[in-house]
Design a protein around this ligand. Structure first.
Ligand SMILES: NC(=O)c1ccc[n+]([C@@H]2O[C@H](COP(=O)([O-])OP(=O)(O)OC[C@H]3O[C@@H](n4cnc5c(N)ncnc54)[C@H](OP(=O)(O)O)[C@@H]3O)[C@@H](O)[C@H]2O)c1
Length: 296
């Protein structure tokens, strides 16, 4: 039996806990910062009531075989407080967060070879502290390495397509192409349908093209017309979908602007690539939310 801790039991942590329970044979330790005693996840296959031990203080935690981090990218410092106890016997840490800097975020706290970056794609949201709604399949992609293969095995037999991929860099940058344009919806406080109009569609294309240019400079392999493909997919998505940055704004929480757009500007500067659309998006968001946009 593997002992698996999840730090951050919101939308993604909740869905992951439900999957691991369905896999069977795991002892789950759910690490939250507010007291919790139960978790139910409304999955596409039905409601899963998760059976786990809940702790709110790192001192109550114990060493485990795996740690899964599913906090927001701006909550890394708080998340790290759990790791000393949970990883005291050398457990690897899977980082289920958006962006392309999973390893860099946790490098101050863990040996690099213990950090497993995870590309997670799953429409899900917290409905209340003890209830999560999962609207579709959870896709999990990890690099093809020993801990990556071990991570994938934990989900065997569950409704996810967890798999290792040979070119993880391209996978996370392609996801960032999708996420980068989501800033328009979050800035305008309107759901995903905002990019259906011609003018905002053009701005979205600029944001994605800048992301793709930086991605290629970093070594990612993307289709020549990736921006058009991403915009078409976003326009085809339900017009009332709400991305997690918009959900954070609605809830008055910080937003992952640095992980999703700031990184494009920073790495663009490194490669001498102009990123005016992303720079403007970051500046506007930071002007609107002066505190707590980038607490990494
Ligand atoms: N939601 C999606 O559909 C989706 C899809 C793909 C990728 N992602 C990415 O997945 C990551 C997680 O997103 P999410 O939507 O699951 O976020 P979320 O619903 O906001 O959940 C994050 C959870 O982390 C908890 N947390 C924060 N700091 C903590 C700490 N120090 N100790 C323990 N728990 C802590 C929060 O607690 P509180 O309840 O106290 O705030 C919250 O329950 C993000 O990088 C996001 O971009 C999300």
């Amino acid at each position: 039996m593997a002992r698996i801790a999840i730090v951050g039991v919101g939308a993604i942590g909740g869905v992951t806990a439900a999957l691991l329970q369905q896999a069977g044979g795991h002892q789950l330790l759910l690490c939250t910062r507010r007291p919790a005693s139960g978790l139910s996840v409304e999955t596409p296959e039905g409601v899963v009531n998760v059976h786990a031990t809940f702790v709110t203080e790192p001192s109550e935690a114990f060493d485990v075989d795996w740690v899964l981090v599913a906090t927001k990218a701006y909550d890394v410092a708080g998340t790290a407080k759990w790791l000393e106890r949970l990883c005291s016997k050398g457990a690897p840490v899977a980082v289920l967060q958006n962006g392309v800097e999973h390893r860099e975020r946790f490098a101050p706290y863990l040996a690099m070879e213990k950090i497993l970056p995870v590309m997670v794609d799953c429409p899900a949201e917290r409905q209340s502290p003890d209830r999560v709604r999962q609207r579709g399949l959870m896709h999990l992609k990890v690099p093809d390495c020993a801990i990556g293969r071990d991570f994938v095995e934990r989900f065997a037999g569950t409704p996810t397509d967890a798999s290792v991929v040979p070119d993880f860099l391209s996978v996370v940058w392609r996801k960032l192409c999708f996420n980068s344009a989501g800033v328009l919806s979050a800035l305008l406080m309107q759901p995903a349908g905002v990019v259906r109009g011609d003018a905002l569609g053009e701005v979205a294309l600029q944001i994605i093209r800048e992301c793709a240019a930086v991605a290629r400079a970093e070594g990612a392999q993307l289709e020549e017309n990736v921006a058009d493909l991403v915009l078409s997919a976003q326009r085809a998505a339900p017009a009332d979908s709400i991305n997690s940055m918009l959900a954070d704004r609605h809830a008055g929480r910080p937003v992952e602007i640095d992980a999703r757009n700031g990184v494009i500007v920073r790495l663009g500067l490194k490669h001498g690539i102009a990123t005016p659309a992303n720079s403007m998006a970051v500046a506007l968001m930071e002007a609107m939310i002066p505190h707590g946009t980038n607490l990494v």
